[in-house]
Design a protein around this ligand. Structure first.
Ligand code: F6R
Length: 246
């Protein structure tokens, strides 16, 4: 894992956007795996700005998001489909049909998991997967204890995850208790991974990631077994003693 240290959230967002934009520009076509949450918002803002100023085109980009809440349709402002449309897709020249997010409102969620997993495979897999990290080490919505062999599946959200995400809802009761997420095996199949972390709330998670063993009780630890992981983290998120490139 290569760790790049940056000053703050703004710089993390800029470096992450530049990283993604360089890949988009270099490839004829690319499959990006995308994340939601607070962390990548600034990255998406830089990507939009760059699209407007430098005309980086997303016409040949296909995207697959990590996860979605179960029970929320794409028109619900708290759904991740809504988030992605608002925070990125509506502002760049991506073809909407090429943007994929699990359908949290499918009649048969088990079938939906299979369909999503197959869809990623039929498109040739993910070239670059963007990840955030939960304070309990979750990636996607793969909570501690999730099998490293898991493919796209339904999860019960940990109380800490529901509490962390309650800030987007009117109250905690409205946060769904289930989500559909790419599995850990799905994420690990990506050819390259970019993990973003900002703020002291993420410092313990990064400490476990760098200093701990690969263990299903800390899902992100599996990233140590992936051959091509870059972490862009700001000073506040980097634990003492971990040496990063600037
Ligand atoms: C989002 C996702 C989650 C978040 C993680 C961190 O699609 O899969 O794993 O990346 O919960 O969330 P933030 O960025 O809000 O701290």
């Amino acid at each position: 894992m290569k760790l790049i240290e940056v000053k703050d959230y703004q710089e993390m967002s800029k470096r992450a956007a530049e990283f993604i934009i360089a890949k988009v520009r270099a490839a004829d076509a690319i499959n990006l795996g995308l994340a939601t949450g607070g962390t990548p918002v600034g990255t998406y803002e830089y990507m939009i700005e760059d699209h407007k100023q430098n005309y980086t085109s997303y016409r040949d980009v296909t995207t697959f998001n990590l996860d979605e809440y179960v029970g929320l349709s794409g028109s619900n402002p708290n759904s991740y489909r809504y988030y992605m449309d608002e925070k990125l897709f509506n502002h760049i020249d991506i073809v909407k049909l090429n943007t994929h997010i699990p359908n949290g409102d499918a009649a048969d969620m088990e079938k939906e998991c299979l369909r999503y997993e197959n869809q990623i495979e039929q498109h040739g897999g993910i070239d670059l997967q963007v990840l955030g990290i939960g304070s309990n080490g979750h990636i996607g919505f793969n909570e501690p204890g999730t099998s490293f062999e898991s493919s796209t599946h339904i999860v019960d959200l940990a109380p800490s995850t529901r509490e962390a995400n309650a800030r987007y809802f009117d109250n905690l009761d409205e946060v769904p208790d289930k989500a559909v997420t790419m599995g850990i095996a799905t994420i690990l199949k990506s050819r390259e991974i970019l993990l973003l972390a900002s703020g002291e709330k993420k410092r313990d998670a990064l400490a476990k990631l760098f200093n701990g063993e690969v263990d299903e009780r800390f899902p992100a630890s599996i990233l140590k077994n992936h051959p091509c992981v870059t972490i862009i983290a700001d000073k506040a998120a980097i634990p003492e003693g971990v040496i990063a490139r600037k």
